[in-house]
Design a protein around this ligand. Structure first.
Ligand SMILES: C[S@@+](CC[C@H](N)C(=O)[O-])C[C@H]1O[C@@H](n2cnc3c(N)ncnc32)[C@H](O)[C@@H]1O
Length: 274
């Protein structure tokens, strides 16, 4: 089915105004991209729209955790000691990180995780946190100064606003942005790109899209992480996810794999040519 631009925009508006997404500030470019893709695969608007909503559910993944951002913003404002090692600040961050499955799983390993990671990559001055979720709240455990340029991208405006509030509180520049990184990959040059626990969802959204996406990034090192098992923990994803990384690896890149708990971390570096 081919649709004109006006009809596509009407469908986007319909999805954005639905009860599920109305208050989230979901990025319209994400919905438009899904509408365009699904329209080609279906013969009626009704079935295509159903497919869009199904895919969107997997992209936004509300089942991983949706905090109350208004409540959290109030709590954040009440913290007086905003130093990175302050007890109240860290307690607050841990509370936020525990509210999303991706970050909650990382909590027990956090200090080691960044220490070991930066041993491989070096301490970065500029970071792109791609499909960040609540991960920027782990900044106090990274051992980095607040002069770091920490760009964080997500498609939920509420989340992005909250992260910028947090960044300003701890003295980082508010560089979180509502951007669909698949539709508009960031072009900023960075030492380090972090693409944690999202590449497998990208494959579901658009099979094979990771290859062009990873290649487009202007980063010295790209760190891709993937879960070692499915959400219920009933089966291993080690082989499937190793294959995913190999299949999407751009040319002239070397990859090293490190295991942190149930997260497999792939450190992808440019191979220098002589
Ligand atoms: C599974 S969570 C991972 C969070 C984080 N990377 C971590 O591992 O802690 C995925 C996050 O990516 C965001 N997301 C999904 N697709 C995206 C896209 N195309 N561009 C930007 N953000 C995206 C979702 O809104 C969600 O917050």
């Amino acid at each position: 089915m081919n649709l004109d631009e006006k009809t596509i925009q009407e469908l986007v508006t319909e999805v954005l105004n639905s009860k599920k997404y109305r208050k989230t500030g979901l990025n319209p470019a994400t919905v438009a991209d899904l509408v365009r893709q699904e329209m080609h695969k279906h013969t009626s608007i009704k079935t295509a729209l159903k497919a869009v909503k199904r895919k969107l559910h997997n992209v936004v993944a509300p089942y991983l955790g949706e905090p109350d951002y208004a409540g959290l913003s109030l709590k954040l404002a009440q913290i007086n000691d905003d130093a990175l090692d302050s007890e109240p600040l860290r307690t607050f961050c841990l509370d936020v990180l525990s509210q999303h499955a991706s970050t909650a799983e990382r909590i027990p390993l956090m200090t080691d995780f960044y220490h070991q990671l930066f041993e491989f990559t070096g301490k970065p001055n500029t970071i792109l946190d791609l499909a960040c979720g609540l991960h920027p709240l782990a900044f106090p455990w990274m051992g980095l100064p607040t002069t770091v340029h920490y760009y964080a991208y997500d498609i939920i405006q509420q989340r992005v606003d909250f992260i910028n509030l947090f960044f300003s509180k701890i003295g980082l520049a508010p560089l979180a942005e509502n951007r669909d990184i698949l539709v508009s990959p960031p072009t900023i040059r960075a030492d380090l790109g972090l693409f944690f626990k999202e590449a497998h969802r990208f494959e579901k959204r658009q099979p094979g899209c990771n290859r062009a996406f990873w290649k487009s990034l202007n980063v010295d090192t790209l760190v891709v992480s993937l879960p070692t098992q499915n959400l219920s923990g009933s089966h291993s994803l080690l082989e499937v996810h190793r294959n995913l990384v190999q299949a999407n690896l751009p040319e002239n890149r070397r990859v090293r794999e490190v295991l942190f708990g149930n997260e497999m971390v792939f450190i992808i570096e440019r191979v220098m040519k002589n």
